[in-house]
Write a protein that binds this ligand. Structure first.
Ligand code: 5GP
Ligand code: MG
Ligand code: MG
Length: 189
């Protein structure tokens, strides 16, 4: 049996720490929107799907949920700087407050593109709820956007809890730093 835990250098957040912090974010969102029409939650596939599933169950509001897909990595570990939207929305966001749920905000290019897309669909306001904030390579500052952030992330390539390298490691229940020799190695099947 291939054990994927062996490819991790260090665990940054355990499953228990993730659940606890995600529940705090869910409470904060429930409080902030308690007296407003419920927001539309839009997850960014694929990386945010585990975070979104846990977050959603801690939000005590009549939210609606949809996904968009944005990709900028291919099979590498560095964003190519030009994210592409490849799966448009199904839910109507016109006149609604949208909370965009991301796994990581790194350069900020992906959330920036998606905020423009959602505003173009008529969203009245877009907030961002991100599991990890990785400020080291940020180029899009987005000072007017409200951010809900679970954790500040060091400038390392992390996987687990929905996040991948080359579509693997999403099923790790914790978030860890991937051994550099894994992504430096020639691609294998
Ligand atoms: P951006 O640079 O556009 O802010 O980030 C684009 C996307 O790159 C993030 O949403 C996330 O999916 C991915 N990303 C950034 N840093 C990491 C990382 O350390 N690990 C993984 N697995 N994905 C990352
Ligand atoms: Mg992402
Ligand atoms: Mg990825």
């Amino acid at each position: 049996m291939v054990c994927i835990d062996e490819d991790i250098v260090s665990v940054l957040w355990t499953a228990e720490q993730l659940l606890q912090r995600v529940a705090e974010l869910g409470s904060e969102i429930s409080r902030d929107f308690g007296d407003c029409p419920p927001p539309v939650i839009v997850g960014v596939a694929t990386g945010a799907f585990v975070f979104l599933a846990d977050l959603l169950r801690t939000i005590k509001l009549a939210v609606t949920v949809d996904f968009v897909r944005a990709e900028s990595y291919g099979s590498g570990t560095v964003s190519n700087g030009a994210p592409k939207l490849s799966c448009p929305l199904k839910v109507d966001v016109a006149g609604k407050h949208v909370i965009l749920v991301e796994d990581i905000v790194d350069t900020g290019n992906t959330v920036s593109l998606l905020i423009s897309y959602l505003e173009g669909k008529g969203a009245s306001c877009v907030s961002v709820c991100t599991l990890l904030d990785k400020p080291a390579r940020r180029t899009q500052l987005l000072p007017h956007v409200k951010f809900y952030t679970a954790f500040q992330c060091p400038d390392s390539f992390v996987v687990g809890y929905g996040m991948d390298f080359n579509e693997r490691y999403r099923n790790l229940p914790y978030i860890g730093v991937l051994k550099p020799e894994i992504y430096m190695a020639p691609a294998s099947s």
